[in-house]
Design a protein around this ligand. Structure first.
Ligand SMILES: O=C(O)CCC(=O)C(=O)O
Ligand SMILES: [Fe+2]
Length: 300
């Protein structure tokens, strides 16, 4: 059986039409979904009615659960595989994750084996704003000059959770949390195992510096790449409806949640509540071929 689909935008994404994620899904259909996921970086499923168990079970068809190191405090009660990204809890208390994703990033790029994808389920959304943006890093790579491609081809960039700027609403990380996420070097250019396409693999949220360069040199190159990779023509901006599920491939896209609503506004309908299931590569699977070069960076 072939899925009914339509493109979400020129740059990113495929909408999967008339699909029920809670119903039994054949292996063939999962393979077909994986192909769209790899080719366009993002799948949209609308009008989904999922229990936490069903969301987790669907994500598990694509890979094992990816524990989020260093952020054990934000997991759904009774469901440690689901990460809660919300401005308020059911009692109206403000939550620390209300300013999540205010910089472009690829999830878990600070791990030696980064997460391949995430599956984000919208439970509550304010009437205006609360959008999520995606940028196609295959297209960003392709649009670079040959000179820039050659320069970065074999360079390693260091990714670090402590590079994240917007931690001000969060409790300081404990020494154990810090120790669980040492800085990690990855190739700046990765190749997707399904499509064979190259992608830029640096982000303003997690990428700290380029190995073998001074901070100043590396900042100049990285800042250029950060701006270049999110040029409007490479992006898609999703306006969420409640019951939407978006599932992205971290090897193809970066994403970003603009502060286009006020998470602190106490109005009852100003409530954004999302549940994320995070997908790791299987044990025998390299998320991308260059990963064999990734390593932990020894400090000072
Ligand atoms: O809240 C969002 O729109 C995105 C959050 C995010 O970065 C994620 O779920 O990985
Ligand atoms: Fe994210």
């Amino acid at each position: 059986m072939t899925l009914k689909t339509r493109p979400l935008s020129n740059a990113v994404g495929t909408e999967i039409l008339g699909f029920d994620m809670a119903a039994p899904v054949s292996d063939e259909m999962i393979e077909e979904l994986k192909q769209h996921w790899a080719e366009t970086g993002l799948l949209l499923f609308k009008n989904q009615k999922l229990t936490p168990e069903q969301q987790i079970a669907f994500a598990r068809r694509f890979g094992p659960s990816a524990p989020t190191p260093g952020v054990t405090r934000y997991l759904l009660d009774g469901y440690p595989e689901l990460f809660v990204i919300a401005n308020r809890d059911a009692e109206g208390n403000l939550l620390e994750t209300r300013e999540t994703a205010r910089q472009w990033h690829s999830d878990h790029s600070f791990k030696i084996k980064p997460s391949t994808g995430s599956l984000l389920y919208c439970r509550k959304m304010p009437p205006v704003g609360g959008n999520t943006m995606y940028a196609n890093m295959n297209q960003a790579y392709d649009a670079l000059s040959d000179g820039m491609k050659e320069l970065i081809e074999n360079l390693m960039a260091v990714h670090d959770v402590d590079n994240v700027k917007d931690m001000k609403n969060r409790a300081p990380r404990t020494p154990e949390e810090r120790a669980s996420t040492p800085p990690i070097a990855h190739r700046m250019v990765i190749t997707h195992p399904v499509t064979g396409r190259k992608a830029l693999y640096v982000s303003e949220m997690f990428t700290d510096y380029i190995e073998g360069m001074t901070k100043e040199e590396s900042a100049t190159i990285l800042n250029y790449l950060f701006q270049h990779s999110v040029r409007p023509e490479f992006t898609y901006r999703h306006q969420w409806d409640i019951d939407d599920v978006l599932m992205w491939d971290n090897r193809v896209v970066m994403h970003f949640a603009p502060r286009d609503y006020d998470p602190n506004d106490p109005a009852p309908d100003n409530w954004r509540y999302m549940l994320r299931a995070t997908i790791d590569p299987w044990d025998d699977e390299n998320a991308f071929p260059e990963q064999e070069y990734s390593y932990k960076v020894t400090l000072g």
